[in-house]
Design a protein around this ligand. Structure first.
Ligand code: KIV
Length: 274
């Protein structure tokens, strides 16, 4: 048995069993090195398609491809040991048919080794969620604000701000649960709605900008670290790494320009001790 396989990763059924239990801690990661850090403290690591914004500077997640998700999903699997790794299905990889979704999700599971996929949509994706789960692919739903639909939504505004809009979002949550989804991300909805959904559905709700009423929380790592150029208003920053990184780069540039950069002695020193 390899060292890796001696450590048991969390599974989708274990996360499902956390409904109304200990809150589920989830963060995004796209790289092996941040995955190793996140893995020590989180139950779930999401390889989100937000990597399109964070890593690649795209305005939206629409341009993200299946190959990009598989590449970064594999890196996160290499960097982590105990968390359930969930990889986002990118726009265009699952909406056309249940079969298209199965082929894409199967590629993600086979090529990354992750434990589940996430896809956006409730009622409209229910058949697909059932098709995947019946065929051995655990699915996390994503309702409320669904960023891949930006071109039909028109903006990244919070959803369900008026009570009149709540019923549709509640139906979405119920649809994900009835179809066999093991949990559902609820993005940018008002607290009373998030609370109602959390009470009503038997699967864990994982909130992002949806209040503490949910069964767990997720944030984009770079947003909470103060590394993203634009951060949604609801994000609490737990660090301000942007200025710290810039300070380090400035120090390096200053050393190089003033020829204070460590010389060969330093390198030999490192070789001796390393
Ligand atoms: O892509 C992502 O990072 C996400 C989270 C914002 C939930 O879907």
């Amino acid at each position: 048995m390899s060292v890796q396989s001696a450590i048991k990763r969390k599974t989708a059924p274990e996360i499902l069993a956390r409904k109304r239990g200990e809150p589920i801690v989830m963060l995004t990661s796209y790289h092996a090195h941040t995955a190793a850090l996140v893995d020590r403290h989180c139950d779930v690591i999401l390889v989100g398609d937000s990597l399109g914004n964070v890593m690649h500077g795209f305005e939206t997640t629409v341009p993200v491809t299946l190959d990009m998700m598989i590449l970064q999903g594999s890196a996160v699997m290499r960097g982590s040991r105990q968390a359930l790794v969930v990889v986002d299905m990118p726009f265009g990889s699952y909406e056309a048919s249940r079969e298209q979704a199965f082929h894409s999700a199967a590629r993600i599971l086979k090529e990354t080794g992750c434990g589940a996929v996430k896809l956006e949509g409730g009622v409209r994706m229910a058949e697909t969620i059932a098709f995947l789960t019946e065929r051995g692919i655990p699915v996390m739903g994503h309702i409320g604000l669904t960023p891949q639909s930006i071109n039909t939504l028109g903006s990244f505004r919070a959803q369900g701000r008026e009570e009149a809009g709540w019923a549709a979002i509640e139906k979405d949550a119920r649809a994900v649960s009835d179809a066999g989804g093991f949990s559902v991300v609820v993005e940018a909805v008002a607290e009373p709605l998030a609370r109602k959904i959390t009470q009503d559905v038997p699967i864990p709700t994982i909130g992002i900008g949806a209040s503490a009423a949910c069964d767990g929380q997720v944030l984009v790592l770079e947003d909470m670290l103060g590394l993203s150029p634009r951060t949604p208003k609801f994000v609490r920053r737990y660090g301000e790494l942007g200025p710290a990184i810039e300070q380090a780069i400035e120090g390096y540039a200053r050393d190089v320009r003033s020829r204070a950069f460590p010389g060969p002695e330093h390198v030999y020193e490192m070789k001796k001790t390393g």
